[in-house]
Write a protein of this length. Structure first.
Length: 638
């Protein structure tokens, strides 16, 4: 393999993700159906798919299709939860260091949110300095990961009815680490082998992500970097500028990218760049870290997951820094055909062929300066003949949070979800959808995101977005209010025009799916739309998912009461029982359930049907019946 890669390099040629996908065909059917197990050395075992007539119904240990598919599903949720929660833990540790004055360059930007969070965590506020509060909150947040018996603090933010459901079905999570560890323990050969019981582990460790690790990441980042406010940004590869030194941040944790955002504007570095013949320094982002710095600084986004290699092929990037999650190992190989340097920065993640420059909160400012300096030096190595930047770029409005939605709708002095609820009740807005997740090379260039979101807004559904899905629709102009309004149904359009929001709202990165949970909770608490998230006319979707993290997010949406549809492929299809449980029976316990639909138009229909069913149950379905005026009626009205 190494030799092959070297040959590729010398030919100045490279494979991209789509080429590699093609070379992987045909992909293993057992794996696709969740019917392959390698959990012990009696295996690997594969189970004959239902209807194939095959005789292999049990693994060597006797595990059946239900157990094998369920164990995989549980491990996916554990992996996803560990990834988001590792991010949340880093932010809690950073807050502690900031409070102790050990993190030069960082500060507490949202004191209001700090105090709000302190109250939630039961911290006495009176007569304490901001640093003391930050330290106490950081320590309490960090302790959430290791709680052995007590339940997670943020669970009590959920609607009361939801909390009772979690208690009743014994899925209210304890410490994040404990739930992840137990999930993996239960999947070890010869341990938990009853698929519904295994699913409880998946639910607990997913809820520990949504209402734990991810929520901690989101809320504490807001304290450190500021709660996002609506702003205008730009997206697509055209945001690169051949006259500038281009630095790209890729990955998930904004701790380093925030620092780079400060350093690239420092006059000493801008002047250095100018001495090299550049007009200045241009910072851009890819994937979720891009969403984070867009939301708070308006720094442009080059693209999402599938754009990471393409970005390098522009030949115009001096440095791409990467930290954790969704980083393709191929980056250094592609970069070796250009002058681009790939820098790994996390103590947790290295890449063969990349330069490792480990970053901590203590050295962040210095490391950011070093990286910017390296980028400026590398500008000399850029080969003009290899530079080719696509022209495409489009503007978007980003920077929404569950709090800013409330301010925008109700006004700063009477911030409230009331106008949203009222417009749902009167039928101008049919419902709300969370459309999130990755993009996947198995799907034609983000087609599913675009078709689904357009279908939803056409039918008056307000769409909340995060992650790579948000970047996909932003690239198509759906987060530019002027462009997007043309795709809206009349009711949604009227509300968006009156309030001044796009019909597709960018809520941030994947850990910010916790903002969707909070927005749904705020809608329930506002009143008039039932007593629980499961009663809302709302649905979720990840039409092009690929990462295990998406499964964890979906499972915590479902376990929070949301009907959730995934596209591309579904990992339990080899087990009829488990699939029936996830697609139907789980709703009897948790109020939400999964569906799988690869056609985005049909996916939209499933979501709309669900929204309409909820409207009917709430008794607000009549409000949507609109009179269609014919010419005679119009004349009469005039
Ligand atoms: O966490 S949407 S491809 S970048 S996993 Fe990854 Fe998927 Fe993008 Fe952000 Ni989320
Ligand atoms: Fe096979 Fe059972 Fe071992 Fe899995 S755990 S590899 S099904 S013997």
């Amino acid at each position: 393999m190494a030799t092959e890669q070297n040959q590729v390099k010398t030919k100045n040629n490279f494979d991209l993700v789509w080429d590699r996908l093609e070379k992987q065909q045909p992909q293993c059917k057992f794996g696709q159906l969740g019917l392959c197990c390698r959990f012990c050395a009696m295996g690997p075992c594969t189970i004959s798919p239902v209807g194939s007539g095959g005789k292999r119904q049990y693994g060597v240990c006797g595990a059946d299709a239900d157990t094998i598919a369920a164990r995989h599903f549980v491990r996916m949720t554990a992996a996803g939860s560990s990834a988001h929660s590792g991010h949340g833990r880093s932010v809690a540790e950073a807050l502690i260091k900031i409070a102790k004055n050990q993190a030069p360059g960082y500060q507490i930007k949202d004191e209001y949110k700090l105090i709000k969070l302190c109250k939630i965590f039961g911290i006495e506020i009176a007569n304490k300095k901001i640093e003391e509060l930050a330290l106490e909150l950081g320590e309490k947040a960090l302790a959430e990961f290791g709680k052995q018996e007590d339940k997670l603090t943020f669970l009590k933010m959920a609607p009361l009815k939801r909390q009772i459901i979690w208690e009743k079905y014994k899925v209210a999570p304890r410490g994040v680490d404990r739930e992840i560890s137990e999930a993996i323990e239960r999947t070890v050969m010869g341990t938990d082998q009853e698929y519904k019981h295994l699913m409880k582990a998946a639910t607990k460790c997913s809820l520990a992500d949504g209402w734990g690790g991810s929520m901690i990441a989101t809320e504490l980042q807001d304290i450190i970097f500021g709660t996002p406010q609506p702003l205008v940004g730009k997206v697509n590869l055209g945001v690169l500028d051949e006259n500038y030194v281009n630095i790209v941040v890729h990955g998930h944790e904004p701790l380093l990218s925030e620092m780079l955002a400060i350093v690239v504007d420092m006059p000493e570095f801008v002047n250095k760049a100018k001495q090299k013949g550049a007009k200045g320094i241009n910072l851009g982002g890819i994937c979720c870290t891009a969403n984070e710095i867009l939301m708070r600084h308006g720094i442009p986004i080059l693209g999402n997951f599938l754009n990471q290699e393409m970005a390098i092929t522009t030949g115009a990037i001096e440095i791409m820094t990467v930290d954790i999650q969704c980083i393709m190992q191929s980056l250094p190989m592609v970069a070796s055909c250009f002058h681009t340097k790939i820098i790994t920065t996390s103590p947790k993640a290295k890449l063969p062929g990349a330069t490792h420059m480990e970053f901590t909160e203590e050295n962040a400012l210095e490391k950011a300066k070093e990286i910017v300096h390296m980028a400026i030096e590398n500008f000399d190595n850029r080969k003009k003949e290899k530079v080719s930047i696509p022209k495409q770029e489009v503007s978007l409005v980003a920077g929404f949070s569950h709090e800013t939605i409330s301010y925008i709708l109700g006004g700063r002095f009477r911030a409230s979800y009331r106008p949203l609820n009222d417009n749902i009740i009167n039928g101008k807005i049919r419902g709300v959808a969370g459309v999130v997740g990755c993009n996947n090379p198995k799907i034609t260039a983000e087609e599913n995101h675009l078709i689904l979101v357009k279908e939803l807004i056409k039918n008056d559904v307000l769409v909340l977005q995060t992650g790579c899905s948000a970047i996909a629709t932003a690239k198509a102009g759906l987060m530019d209010p002027v462009i997007a309004l043309d795709y809206c149904g009349p009711g949604l359009r009227e509300v968006c025009e009156a309030v001044g929001i796009p019909p597709v709202i960018h809520l941030g990165s994947c850990v910010d799916n916790s903002r969707i949970l909070m927005a749904a909770t705020a809608m329930v608490k506002e009143g008039g739309l039932g007593d629980d998230i499961s009663e809302l006319p709302a649905a979720g979707a990840a039409p092009e998912w690929m990462n295990e993290k998406a499964i964890t997010i979906g499972q915590y949406f479902v376990a929070s009461g949301v009907f959730t549809v995934f596209g591309v492929t579904w990992p339990t299809l080899g087990s009829k029982n488990l699939t029936k449980y996830l697609f139907e029976e789980i709703a009897n316990e948790l109020g939400g359930n999964w569906a799988f639909e690869s056609d985005p138009v049909k996916m939209a229909k499933l979501m709309l049907d669900h929204i309409d069913e909820k409207r009917k149950k709430l008794g607000i379905d009549k409000a949507r019946e609109r009179v269609l005026y014919d010419m005679a009626m119009r004349r009469e009205l005039e």
